[in-house]
Ligand binder design. Structure first.
Ligand code: SF4
Length: 353
């Protein structure tokens, strides 16, 4: 990565991507970054401070410009200041995978002549080129549609990729070593920003699995992770808050399998190639955010007419029963873990629970 401060301010043919959505969305944007870099050279990225670590080491990325849209850069003033910074860098083109008005306004304030975004975005009238958003398919392929030349065919999709550094891997290795956790452990990611996406069975799963467990998540998941780890004392270890985002991804890379909701860790595991057991409740993989690996498994309630009930998953079940998650049995998820991780079911699952 080139530090922003050391880069010449005037670059007449540079490419910018503005992606200030959730962490998982930023991970799924990495193939788009690679495809654009293939055509135009390294791209600069505007993203949130939280997501910066996900792209700042990526080989397709030049500079990362942090936009703290809910903090220091909030409001019209922050938008204006960043717009002026971007204008000084004189980008030739900007890609807008996030369909928000705020991203569109930033592109206009930056004075970028070529503004490429999706035709169904609310702010589409402000774009100079509008690309039809594929109605189906994985989000990776939908985002890659932005990089396709006009009237051009889809090329081979670059992989979802996180460039972990030697330090990231060393930090994860040291954390595991200090706790005596070797290979073959199962990682659990019980959190989600959206309440109905949280499967309530993680503590039961931790107790049921007969292998070492590492619980991961963001700082907002601390209490939940503690409760899950407490269900398997001495065998489950809580890594929430211990490592940064890439350090957590490096932990996931060492796991035999990750069990996760439809949330950011699913995409981190995709990026580092760890097999996934994904527990889906109010959302479904067909919305475009499912796992992509050949060994990955989705556990879901296949006979509930109310699924999916929203694109993200509401905070509270609108029907009040949350059956999509509550009726997913620990035994079914544990069996999926055994199948995906290659560990014999009898060994992976404690008997007599
Ligand atoms: S309405 Fe159905 S899909 Fe949505 S949260 Fe409730 S049980 Fe789940």
């Amino acid at each position: 990565m080139v530090d922003e401060a050391t880069r010449p301010p005037v670059r007449p043919s540079a490419t910018l991507v503005i992606q200030t959505a959730f962490l998982g969305d930023v991970v799924l944007t990495t193939p788009l970054l690679a495809a654009l870099a293939e055509r135009h050279g390294p791209v600069d990225v505007v993203t949130t401070p939280a997501a910066a670590a996900l792209v700042e080491t990526h080989p397709a990325v030049g500079a990362v410009l942090r936009y703290d849209k809910r903090g220091a850069d909030g409001g019209v003033g922050g938008l204006w200041r960043l717009g002026r910074r971007l204008r000084a860098r004189r980008y030739a083109r900007v890609y807008l995978p996030h369909r928000s008005w705020r991203s569109a306004a930033l592109a206009l304030l930056a004075g970028v002549p070529e503004r490429v975004g999706f035709a169904d975005a609310p702010a589409a009238p402000t774009y100079s080129r509008r690309v039809p958003r594929p109605p189906t398919g994985h989000e990776v392929e939908r985002l890659l549609a932005l990089a396709r030349p006009e009237n051009g065919a889809a090329g081979k999709a670059p992989p979802v990729h996180l460039a972990l550094t030697a330090d990231d891997r060393a930090a994860a290795d040291a954390w595991l070593r200090e706790r005596g956790v070797g290979d073959g452990f199962v990682a659990l990611a019980p959190g989600s920003i959206w309440g109905t996406k949280r499967w309530p069975g993680y503590a039961g799963l931790a107790a049921a699995l007969d292998v070492p467990i590492v619980v991961i998540g963001g700082r907002e998941d601390a209490a939940l992770a503690e409760a899950v780890a407490a269900a398997a004392p001495g065998r489950a270890h809580n890594a929430v808050g211990a490592l940064g985002l890439r350090g957590s991804a490096a932990l996931i890379a060492r796991a035999a399998v990750l069990v996760t909701n439809d949330s950011a860790p699913l995409h981190l595991a995709t990026a580092v190639g760890t097999p996934i057991v994904a527990v889906f409740g109010p959302t479904v993989p067909a919305l475009g955010f499912g796992p992509r690996g050949p060994r990955d498994v989705v556990v879901e309630h296949s006979s509930l007419a109310c699924r999916p009930c929203s694109a993200h998953g509401p905070q509270v079940c609108p029907l009040g029963h949350h059956r999509c998650m509550r009726e997913l049995a620990v035994a079914d998820v544990a069996a999926a873990v055994a199948a995906v991780s290659g560990v014999e079911a009898q060994r992976a699952i404690r008997t007599g629970r």
